[in-house]
Design a protein around this ligand. Structure first.
Ligand SMILES: Nc1ncnc2c1ncn2[C@@H]1O[C@H](COP(=O)(O)OP(=O)(O)OP(=O)(O)O)[C@@H](O)[C@H]1O
Ligand SMILES: [Mg+2]
Length: 327
């Protein structure tokens, strides 16, 4: 099977609110596919439709080759879901949670304990297997949620903002796990509002805004849409306010300050570098560092959506437990 997920004109209204607006895309088998967008863009709603938690208003989709409406039970056997809010039982131990998940997903009885043990070891939680999950840290809980979603060895994973609200170290660990799963052959569909995360993990990224896919490509191609900007970052010693003077230089279209560095948006890097060196010599300044920067996925995001990348960086409200699936 070439495509793990196929989506055609998928649409969801909540009353009058159009949450997902005719989205169409394919996720290739073995791919890490990212859904990148700001709060309320429709990421979770799309993921919930694809995993059978809520019904689309119109449109169609197939997961692992099975229609999400007509064959949803079979489709579910092939998927692992890591929701944004943990679906674990706080009052049960880590061990019991995984055994329970294994039961739920139909893992044969003989296999359950073996898989649970392997899984706890893989996720670095074996020592804590007897502890109640309610006492786990956020990062540990997220890892265990992923472990539970893996227990039946599904081929396709859906992860809803897997690293939101986690510290740097836990986030890195989870990103590495996602990479390992993918290297093991799994297809990954993840939602995120971290541009950096999409860039690091995803082979292709769909940018979603107000329910619509506004761009879909690999991160490098998305970045290439803003390639006309070339950027030189330079710092001088002693550091002074040179912004307006640098703006006057040839081939420099814009200058901004980033910390102790000056960022020059230029037409031609090779022309401007000697001009900067010359500028420093005349002013008796030392060039502490000088680098050329490539446009980031953040730049591309800003250009494509017209949104400031800051809207993506805003930390979310603490998430509440979701109710049951709505029709
Ligand atoms: N159960 C629901 N009932 C009514 N409206 C909903 C429901 N779930 C989501 N919405 C609305 O649908 C839109 C899309 O929400 P969704 O949760 O899919 O966004 P998101 O991209 O996942 O955002 P976030 O980054 O905040 O998680 C929002 O306007 C939201 O308020
Ligand atoms: Mg969401």
């Amino acid at each position: 099977m070439d495509n793990a997920i196929e989506v055609s004109n998928l649409t969801k209204y909540y009353g009058k609110l159009l949450a997902v607006d005719h989205v169409s895309f394919e996720v290739k088998s073995g791919e890490v596919f990212g859904f990148l967008g700001p709060n309320g863009a429709g990421k979770t709603t799309t993921l919930r439709m694809l995993t059978g938690l809520t019904k689309p208003t119109s449109g169609a989709a197939a997961v692992a080759g099975f229609d999400i409406l007509r064959e949803s039970t079979t489709a579910k056997e092939h998927i692992g879901l890591v929701p944004e809010v943990s679906n674990l039982y706080d009052e049960m131990s880590a061990w019991d949670n995984l055994i329970f998940a294994a039961q739920l997903y139909g893992v044969p009885k003989k296999e359950r304990e073996k898989r649970t043990k392997e899984s706890l070891e893989l996720f670095g939680l074996y020592e804590r297997r007897r502890d109640h999950v309610g006492n786990f840290s956020k990062g540990m809980k997220r890892r265990l949620t992923i472990a539970a979603a893996l227990i039946h060895k599904p081929a396709i994973f859906f992860l809803d903002e897997p690293t939101t609200g986690l510290d740097v170290q836990s986030s890195r660990m989870i990103r590495n796990l996602i990479k390992e799963l993918n290297e093991g052959g799994a297809t990954i569909f993840l939602t995120t509002h971290y541009i950096e995360e999409a860039d690091q993990l995803c082979q292709r990224v769909a940018i979603i805004n107000q329910g619509k896919i506004v761009a879909l490509d690999n991160p490098e191609k998305l970045k290439a849409t803003v390639e006309e900007h070339r950027i030189i970052e330079v710092s001088f010693s002693p550091a002074q306010e040179f912004t307006s003077q640098l703006k006057e230089l040839r081939f420099v279209s814009h200058v901004s300050r980033v910390g102790d560095k000056l960022r020059l948006y230029v037409e031609d890097v090779s022309e401007v570098v000697p001009i900067i060196i010359d500028f420093a010599r005349k002013k008796r300044l030392k060039v502490v560092s000088i680098n050329t920067l490539k446009p980031s996925l953040e730049d591309a995001f800003a250009k494509i959506t017209g949104l400031s990348p800051e809207v993506m960086a805003t930390e979310k409200e603490p998430v509440k437990k979701e109710g049951g699936g709505s029709g």
